[in-house]
Structures are given as structure tokens and as C-alpha cells.
Design a protein around this ligand. Structure first.
Ligand code: SF4
Length: 502
């Protein structure tokens, strides 16, 4: 294999990191540095990964690994390179591929921190630094073609000036496995390439066309399915067809990680409990088989996402959450996962996410959320719960019901992550949430989520998340951060009469 192939894949530091093996710490990079220097903030969220030969990281973001696998499958030699080592490749590179989850910090929760603090989030700063680095500028001078992509590809449409200034030749928006080989080949042959490639339904890869990763992914992340059947109107995932990755394929990817010494596993899906499901109803057998297989190989396991309704259904019908946790607890104390609450407004839920509560009726959304939160609390599943404010058609009544729901779940161990509406999915033509749109009730929702999260974060950091002595320095810095934020917020609250009694 050529050690300096003509096609290089990279991303910025906030993405090229294993986040101290704590995936959730990666979210710290979505905010600006608060109460401490940028360097320390970056160390918390994104320490440099272990580097193998000549800038190749031991583990890289899963999306980059998929692109690498797709190119190799097309017969194109390529290599993932850490951003700090790009200068070793200036004279040999012809095509530079860059992926990201949030190039310009327009995604949630970056846009929320930006709006609340008025300061640019670290991920945006870090990405701009990469694009303006001497290495990339020199590559560009040499005529290197730059192709960018990933889940945040849409953000380039709002940054056309930078698109031009940084010399980005092509933006690929959507699942790229079927189209990327041809595009790179054209770039290598010096042919014209389209400036924007939107991957529509007909170009979405089938199960057989999704290549398996050949090198390790960050924190052992492996994909178990694509798409989601719930059809929420604000979500872009829902536009993709549903595909369950066969168990043998998932196992082979896990083994790529395990053989490289990465002993943790992270199952990625929009709803892990819907793996092999009957529509929106989880089934016991595929979920148990998936976990049994994973636990044969890894020392600890995480889930990327699950839904409130699937958690409730899986437990009520099969006691599945208890069964999974019983297995996991032979190896770990808790399971982390991101879960969407989005709104407590029932009318709003009917309009924008009518199937989020299914198979339970949307009118019972509060009950489903409460039940799911209780089940997770009792079984040591710790969710980061997402909540969206500022959605189109949101009314005062919706916000009051959200406040009511937040009260109902305050006793359950979790972090609640409020996010501002970002126009995506079927709502992509609507307006971004802006500062002028903040209302009193939004501030009350934000304050309630803050109080909930700071209360539980202290317990989670101490007793579960960072309890090992290895994490003492990190825990110290995070505890200082929480103390700093509490002080700041209390000062602000004193000046806001609506919050003093909240
Ligand atoms: S449940 Fe989640 S992934 Fe599925 S459509 Fe709704 S927001 Fe998207």
C-alpha cells in the first residue's frame, strides 16, 4: 500500500478525537470556552488521538471510515490523516476529503450555545483554523481538489463566501457510498466535478452496497441500521429508507475495532431498540441477539439514540430494558444514550411528530415520556434528553405543557439538552431560531432544563460517568466548570423577575 496516497481524508481536531473515550464529552466542543482558556476547553472535549504511522490516527470518526472503505472498494487508494499531520502530505495529495458533523456550528446544540453566549463555538473556530492552515492553503496552491461532506453538508449553502474563499470544489450532501468513488476518480483525472452533489433516494446505497469499515472507528462506534420510521417533520433522517445492517456485518466491524485494541462498543442507530423491529414495535429476539453478540467482544457498550416510546414498549412488553441491563451490568455500571423529548406541547407534537409516541397515541405523550424516564432511572440508563424550542407553530400553550412535563420528570437521572430549532427535514424552508424570537416562556424552559441538568450532572459525573481515578483531573475541571456556571446563572437570575420564583 502506498504510504502517501493521492487521496487524503481528514477533519478538524474537535472531530478527530476519542473524547477521552467518553462520547458525550465531544459535545463540549459545540460550545465556546466558558470560564477557562480555549486550550483547556479543547483538551476536555477533544484530546489528540493516538497516532500510528505518519499521521494516521488509530481511530477515526465512523463517517470518515465509511468514506475510506467506499473509496478502497472502488479501487482508489486513500488514508485518513490527523489534521496536525497534513503538512506531511502537501506534495503528494491530489484530492482532499473533509467530513464533519457541524462545520459551521449551525447544528444543535452548537447554535444554541452561540445564541446564548454570543460567542463562536469551538467546533466552528477549530474548523475555520483547519481550512486556513498553511497545509491546506499550500495544497490548494498545488491544485488539490477539496471535497467536503457528512451530515452537516447542508451548512455550506449558508456559507457560500467561505465555500469560495477556501476553494472547496464539491459538497456532497447525503449518503455518499454509491457516488463518492466516481466523483473522486473524476477529480483525480483532472475532470470538472459538480460543486454540489445531492444524494437522492435513488442513489442511497442498499445494504449490500454499504461497505464495511476496514480500520477502527472512534470509541468502537458501529452502525446497526439506517433511517427511522417515525417521520418527524423537523428531521432529515426520516427522508432515508429504513435498512437493518445484518448481525454478521455488525460483528465484523466490531472485530475491526477490537483487534485494534478498542474494547468499547457504541451501537449507532436513530433508535437502537428498533433494530429488527416490527414497524415501531421493538422485538425481543433481534435486540437480545445484538447485545449478546456485542458483549462477546467488547468490555463496555453504549447506544447512540433510542426513543421514549420504544423504551416504554420494550419494557412493558418484554421487560427488555431490565434484561439488557442485567447483561450489561456484568461489565459496566450504566448505559448512556441520547433520547428525544423535543416538546411537551401536545398540539405541537400532533403537528410535527405524530408518530414519536407510537405505538402509544400522541395524546399520551406525557405518559410515555414519564414512563420511559422512570424505566431508565430504575435500570441505570442515563439519557441525554433533547428538547427543541422555537419550532414553527409552537404556541404558549405548548411551552406551558413543556414546563409541566419537565416538572413531571425532574426526579429522574438525566441531562436535558435544550436546542433551538434548525430548519431541516420537511421544515427545511422555515426560519432559523433567532435571538429576537426568544420569549419569556422560552427563558423559563431553558432555566428549568438548566436546573435539572446541573442537579443531575453533579451526581452523574461523581458516581457514574467519571468515577474511575484515571478521570480525576477531568472531573476536577468539569466540577469547576459547573460551579462557575451556577454562579454566573444565579447572578443573571437575580436580575430576571420571571425566574426568581421558578
Ligand atoms: S424519531 Fe428521531 S430520528 Fe426518527 S424521525 Fe423522529 S427525530 Fe428523526
Amino acid at each position: 500500500m502506498n504510504l502517501k496516497p493521492e487521496v487524503i481524508i481528514t477533519t478538524d481536531r474537535t472531530m478527530m478525537s476519542n473524547h477521552h473515550r467518553k462520547e458525550f464529552l465531544g459535545f463540549v466542543a459545540t460550545g465556546p470556552a466558558i470560564g477557562m482558556p480555549e486550550k483547556i476547553w479543547l483538551w476536555i472535549s477533544s484530546p489528540k488521538p493516538k497516532i500510528l504511522d505518519d499521521g494516521e490516527p488509530l481511530e477515526a470518526p465512523y463517517g470518515l471510515r465509511k468514506v475510506e472503505a467506499a473509496l478502497l472498494k472502488s479501487g482508489i487508494e486513500t488514508k485518513v490523516v490527523d489534521p496536525a499531520y497534513l503538512n506531511h502530505y502537501i506534495e503528494t495529495t491530489k484530492v482532499l476529503m473533509i467530513g464533519h458533523h457541524d462545520f459551521f456550528a449551525y447544528g444543535p446544540p452548537s447554535n444554541e450555545w452561540w445564541l446564548l453566549t454570543g460567542k463562536e463555538p469551538i467546533n466552528r473556530i477549530s474548523f475555520a483554523k483547519l481550512m486556513e492552515s498553511q497545509a491546506i492553503r499550500r495544497m490548494k496552491k498545488n491544485g488539490v481538489k477539496i471535497i467536503v461532506g457528512g451530515p452537516a453538508a447542508w451548512q455550506w449553502l449558508y456559507e457560500r463566501e467561505k465555500w469560495k474563499k477556501w476553494g472547496v470544489d464539491s459538497v456532497v450532501d447525503g449518503e455518499s457510498e454509491k457516488v463518492i468513488g466516481k466523483l473522486v476518480e473524476r477529480a483525480l483525472n483532472g475532470e470538472e466535478i459538480p460543486s454540489y452533489v445531492y444524494v437522492g433516494i435513488k442513489d442511497v446505497p442498499s445494504l449490500e452496497e454499504i461497505p464495511e469499515i476496514v480500520k477502527p472507528s472512534v470509541n468502537g462506534l458501529v452502525e446497526i441500521m439506517r433511517g427511522c420510521p417515525r417521520g418527524c417533520r423537523f428531521c432529515s433522517v426520516t427522508l432515508r429508507p429504513l435498512r437493518f445492517i445484518p448481525l454478521e456485518k455488525i460483528e465484523r466491524e466490531m472485530l475491526v475495532n477490537v483487534k485494534a485494541g478498542i474494547k468499547s462498543g457504541l451501537l449507532h442507530s436513530e433508535d437502537v431498540l428498533l433494530y429488527g423491529a416490527d414497524g415501531v414495535k421493538p422485538k425481543e429476539e433481534p435486540i437480545m441477539k445484538l447485545h449478546e453478540m456485542a458483549l462477546r467482544h467488547v468490555e463496555d457498550l453504549g447506544w447512540s439514540h433510542a426513543s421514549m416510546a420504544a423504551i416504554r414498549y420494550a419494557q412493558e412488553k418484554y421487560k427488555l430494558i431490565s434484561k439488557i441491563m442485567e447483561m450489561l451490568k456484568t461489565k459496566q455500571d450504566f448505559l448512556g444514550v441520547e433520547v428525544g423529548l423535543e416538546t411537551g406541547g401536545l398540539e405541537l407534537a400532533k403537528k410535527i411528530m405524530p408518530a414519536k409516541s407510537a405505538p402509544y397515541p400522541v395524546e399520551k405523550w406525557h405518559e410515555t415520556v414519564e414512563e420511559a424516564m422512570k424505566i431508565m432511572h430504575e435500570n441505570d440508563v442515563i439519557p441525554a434528553v433533547t428538547l427543541i424550542i422555537g419550532m414553527p407553530e409552537e404556541t404558549e400553550e405548548d411551552l406551558l405543557q413543556t414546563l409541566e412535563l419537565l416538572d413531571k420528570i425532574k426526579g429522574y437521572r438525566s441531562l436535558i439538552v435544550p436546542m433551538m430549532f434548525v430548519p431541516m427535514g420537511a421544515l427545511k424552508n422555515k426560519e432559523f431560531y433567532k435571538k429576537e424570537m426568544i420569549r419569556d416562556l422560552h427563558i423559563q424552559v431553558l432555566y428549568k432544563t438548566y436546573r435539572h441538568s446541573i442537579y443531575w450532572a453533579k451526581e452523574i459525573v461523581r458516581k457514574s460517568y467519571l468515577k474511575s481515578p484515571t478521570y480525576l483531573p477531568l472531573r476536577g475541571v468539569l466540577e469547576f466548570f459547573m460551579w462557575y456556571v451556577e454562579n454566573k446563572v444565579e447572578k443573571i437570575v437575580k436580575e430576571l423577575p420571571t425566574l426568581r420564583s421558578a
